[in-house]
Design a protein around this ligand. Structure first.
Ligand code: MSP
Length: 516
C-alpha cells in the first residue's frame, strides 16, 4: 500500500485559533481524506508551537505559568479542530518530553557534523515573526513590515548554523526538481533569497537572559534552542524519529508540508538544510498557501475582526465553512471570508442545488417506487460524464487545485438536476411510463452518490448524511474509490431513508458571525 504523509504548520499558542489557522488545517484534512479515498495509508500531523518569547510573555500577562497556559491553549486548538472534523492522526505539542529529546538530539547531531559554531549575534529581532531582521527588511517607519512594531535590538553570544555550507545543495534541490516548492512564485522568491549574499549562517540559540521558555542547548544550559529549530523538528518527531523507527521508516520523508506563504523561507531553506545536516531525505513538496482575509481586511485584534472558527461551526456547521473556504478561493492565492458571500454560496450550492436535488429525488421515489431504489438503466451519457468528472477531480486534487476539483464534483449535481428537469420523471410516472421514470431516478441517485463520495474530503458530514439517505450504512471514513459502493451502480431495491433536508438553508438576517 502506498503511503502519504501530510503536515501543517504548527500554530503559536499565544492567541486563540482563528479562521486563517483553520483554513490550513482544513486544507490538510482535505488532502488526507482524499489520499485515503485513493487507498493510501495516510499519516496526517498537526499541532501547536508552544515555546518562544511571544508565548512566554502572553502567559505572564495572563498570570499563568507558560506550561499551564500552553496546556489550556493547546486544548482550545484541539477542540476547534475536532469541531471542524479535522481527521489528524496525531496532534503534536512542542512541550512533549519526546519532542524535547529529539530537538536536543538534532542539535547534537548538527554540532557533530560541524555545522554549528558559537559566535556573537548583534542585530534586530521581531518577536511577532520570531525572526531575525536586517535594516533593509524594515518599513519606512523602522517597523517590522508584518507586525508594524519596531524590532528588538540585541547583542549576545549565540550558536549559529552554517547555512553557507548548504547553499549550493539547496540551490540544486530547488532547481533540479522544480516541483519541490510551490507555487512557482514562492520557489523563485526562495531562490532569490538564497542568492542574496547577506543571507547566510543564522543564529539557532538564545541566551537564557533573553529567553527562558524553550529547550536548553545540550551541554550549555545558558543557551536555549531557537524556536524555529524546535518547531520545524516537529515534523520528524511526529513521525516517530528516534522513538518509533517503524513509523518513521514508513512515513518519512513527508509527501506534503502545507504552510502559509509568510513562512516559506523556514520550510524551503532552513528545514531542508537541517535535514541535509542530519542526512535525512528531504520533503517531496513544500506548499505555501495564500492568506485569508475577513471582509476584505487582514485580521487584527485592533480591528476586532479575528474570526473564531468554533463560533462559525456552532452557527453554520463544519461542512458549510469547509465548503465555502475551498470552493470560493484558489488555494495558492489569497482569499476572503465575507459573510454575505459565504451565506449566498452555501445556500445556492449546498441547500439549493445539492440538498433540493436529494430531496426531490427521494420524494419521487417514495411516491412512485415504494421508497426503494428503482430498477432500470443508468443513462450512459450521464455515466460517462461522471467517469470524466472523477478523472478531472483526481488530477486537480493531486495538484491541490481544490476549488476546481470541487467544481468537477459539483458538475455531477448539475448534471443530475439538468437530467431530471429534461426528463420530468413525475410526468413519466403519471403517464404510466414506470420503467423510464425509474431509470431517470436511478440515474439521479447514481450521480448523487458519486458526487457525495467525491465531496467526502471537503464536506465529510454532509456527504455521509447524503449516503445514509441513499440507504448506505456508514461510517464512510474507511471508504476508497475501489469499494463496491463507488464502483457499482447503487443497488436496485435498496431502501432509501428520507430524513428531510441534508443542509439547512442559512437565513442571512438571523445569524451574525462572531469574532474573537
Ligand atoms: N509557529 C509557526 C509555524 C511553525 S511550523 C514549523 C507559525 N505559527 S502561526 O500561528 O503564526 O501560523 C500558523 C500557520 O497559519 C502558518 O502556516 C501561517 O501562515 C498560517 N496563517 C496565519 N494566518 C493566516 C491567514 N490569515 N490565512 C491563512 N493562513 C494563515 O507561523
Amino acid at each position: 500500500m502506498e503511503k502519504f504523509y501530510v503536515t501543517t504548520a504548527i500554530d503559536y499558542v499565544n492567541a486563540a485559533p482563528h479562521i486563517g489557522h483553520a483554513y490550513e488545517k482544513i486544507a490538510a484534512d482535505i488532502v488526507a481524506r482524499y489520499q485515503r479515498l485513493r487507498g493510501k495509508e495516510v499519516f496526517f500531523l498537526t499541532g501547536v508551537d508552544e515555546h518562544g518569547s511571544k508565548v512566554e510573555k502572553t502567559a505572564q500577562a495572563a498570570g499563568k505559568t507558560p506550561q499551564v497556559f500552553c496546556d489550556e491553549m493547546s486544548e482550545k486548538f484541539q477542540i476547534a479542530w475536532s469541531s471542524l472534523l479535522i481527521s489528524n492522526d496525531y496532534f503534536i505539542r512542542t512541550t512533549e518530553e519526546r519532542h524535547k529529546k529529539v530537538v536536543q538530539e538534532v542539535f547534537r547531531r548538527m554540532t557533530e557534523k560541524g555545522d554549528v559554531y558559537k559566535g556573537k549575534y548583534s542585530g534586530l529581532y521581531c518577536e511577532g515573526c520570531e525572526d531575525h531582521l536586517r535594516e533593509r527588511d524594515l518599513d519606512e517607519s523602522g517597523n517590522c513590515p508584518n507586525h508594524k512594531r519596531p524590532p528588538r535590538i540585541f547583542e549576545e553570544e549565540n550558536y549559529f548554523f552554517r547555512l553557507s555550507g548548504y547553499k549550493e545543495a539547496l540551490r540544486k534541490w530547488l532547481t533540479e526538481d522544480s516541483g519541490v516548492v510551490r507555487p512557482e512564485g514562492r520557489r523563485k522568491e526562495v531562490l532569490n533569497q538564497l542568492d542574496d549574499e547577506e543571507f547566510g549562517d543564522f543564529s539557532i540559540s538564545r541566551d537564557r537572559n533573553s529567553l527562558k521558555w524553550g529547550i536548553p542547548v545540550p551541554g550549555d544550559p545558558q543557551q536555549v534552542i531557537y524556536v524555529w529549530i524546535d518547531a520545524l523538528t516537529n515534523y520528524i518527531t511526529g513521525a516517530g524519529f528516534l522513538t518509533d523507527e517503524t513509523l518513521f521508516k514508513r512515513f518519512w520523508p513527508a509527501d506534503l508540508h502545507l504552510l502559509g506563504k509568510d513562512i516559506t523561507k523556514f520550510h524551503a531553506i532552513y528545514w531542508p538544510a537541517i535535514l541535509m545536516s542530519l542526512d535525512l531525505p528531504l520533503p517531496r513538496l513544500v506548499f505555501g498557501h495564500g492568506f485569508i482575509t475577513v471582509e476584505g481586511q487582514k485580521m487584527s485584534k485592533t480591528l476586532g475582526n479575528v474570526m473564531d472558527p468554533l463560533y462559525l461551526v456552532e452557527q453554520y456547521g463544519a461542512d458549510a465553512i469547509r465548503y465555502f473556504l475551498f470552493a470560493s478561493n484558489s488555494f495558492d492565492q489569497d482569499g476572503d471570508f465575507s459573510r454575505h458571500e459565504f451565506i449566498s454560496l452555501v445556500n445556492s450550492h449546498l441547500a439549493n442545488s445539492l440538498g433540493n436535488l436529494l430531496n426531490r429525488t427521494l420524494s419521487l421515489i417514495e411516491r412512485n417506487a415504494g421508497g426503494k431504489v428503482p430498477g432500470g438503466m443508468v443513462n450512459q451519457a450521464s455515466l460517462s460524464l461522471a467517469r470524466q468528472a472523477e478523472v478531472d477531480y483526481c488530477r486537480l486534487m493531486d495538484e491541490l487545485e481544490f476549488a476546481k476539483a470541487i467544481e468537477s464534483a459539483f458538475a455531477l449535481v448539475n448534471e443530475a438536476n439538468r437530467y431530471l428537469n429534461e426528463q420530468k420523471p413525475w410526468t413519466q410516472f403519471k403517464e404510466g411510463k414506470l420503467e423510464e421514470g425509474g431509470s431517470v431516478l436511478l440515474t439521479a441517485l447514481e450521480l448523487l452518490k458519486q458526487a457525495a463520495v467525491l465531496l467526502l474530503p471537503v464536506t465529510p458530514g454532509l456527504s455521509a448524511r447524503i449516503l445514509e439517505q441513499l440507504g448506505f450504512t456508514g461510517p464512510f471514513d474507511g471508504l476508497t474509490f475501489k469499494d463496491v459502493l463507488f464502483q457499482e451502480t447503487i443497488p436496485s431495491g435498496q431502501p432509501i431513508v428520507n430524513r428531510g433536508p441534508v443542509f439547512q438553508r442559512i437565513d442571512e438576517t438571523e445569524s451574525a458571525a462572531t469574532t474573537v
